[in-house]
Write a new protein. Structure first.
Length: 259
């Protein structure tokens, strides 16, 4: 299963969700592959030991000098990471937007999964539609859309829904998507209002799990930790385990042992 974490808005928790969902998968017995497809490289920075050279990042895969497997690095308590590099910002201008480049990641993952089958893959996307985001959309089985509980993020959810609708004739399929509320504060009426509006628009595609506003969730990336290493007894840790469980029960992830 390949899950792309994507929204056309920054600051909604894409990288945090990719990191902690992967960490939850590892804790439930299913180490995964994380792909950092954002030129800003936040996920790679959290790893702390990702190589600085473009030739050892996913950019080399797009240059066709290395396979995905050759740029994988180990990430203890997560699984593996394919790191980003700031040179990724050049992908659109170098390679254009033809079908070959748009399917490059899909082809690379198809080959990689013959070597390491059964491993879930989480793709941390950049917050804009370009070659990189389209690669993730073309390659994934599910798009997970994090939405922080504010009205601008609600508009961004509508925008990505329109984008996916435009892409469906090209893909010749409807990409499954689920909407995840982040930074959810039950003390604020606005949080419940956003959830209500989202459910009115997207129904069962809105996940029951929400990621609560939580100090540990906010602090952990700055300390190069996932939420479980930061504070395994926090509300945030419980929320991400619940998210992994909900996606598993919905059939998007393989069954794993209970933590």
């Amino acid at each position: 299963m390949r899950i792309a974490i994507f929204n056309q808005k920054g600051g909604v928790g894409k990288t945090t969700t990719a990191l902690n969902l992967a960490a939850a998968a590892h804790r439930t017995g299913n180490p995964c592959l994380l792909i950092d497809l954002d030129p800003q490289g936040h996920l790679s920075n959290i790893h702390g030991g990702a190589p600085a050279e473009a030739a050892r990042s996913i950019f080399a895969f797009y240059q066709e000098t290395r396979s995905l497997g050759e740029v994988e690095i180990e990430w203890p308590e997560i699984g593996h990471l394919i790191p980003a590099h700031q040179q990724l910002i050049k992908v659109d201008s170098i390679f254009g937007k033809g079908p070959t480049i748009l399917n490059r990641l899909k082809g690379g993952l198809d080959h990689l999964e013959t070597v390491t089958p059964g491993r879930p893959t989480y793709i941390d996307c950049c917050p804009y539609i370009g070659v990189l985001a389209l690669n993730a959309v073309f390659a994934c089985d599910l798009i997970l859309v994090p939405i922080s509980t504010d009205y601008l993020s609600l508009q961004a959810a509508d925008q990505i829904t329109r984008t996916l609708r435009v892409l469906e004739p090209v893909l010749k399929r409807r990409v499954e998507r689920r909407y995840l509320l982040t930074r959810f504060d039950r003390r604020r009426r606005m949080s419940e209002d956003i959830r209500s509006r989202l459910r009115d628009r997207y129904g069962d595609e809105v996940l029951d799990t929400v990621i609560s506003e939580n100090v540990s969730v906010a602090e952990s990336p700055a300390r190069n930790r996932d939420i479980f290493r930061q504070n395994s007894s926090s509300t945030g840790a419980a929320d991400y385990l619940a998210l992994h469980r909900e996606l598993t029960e919905a059939g998007f992830l393989a069954g794993t042992r209970a933590p």
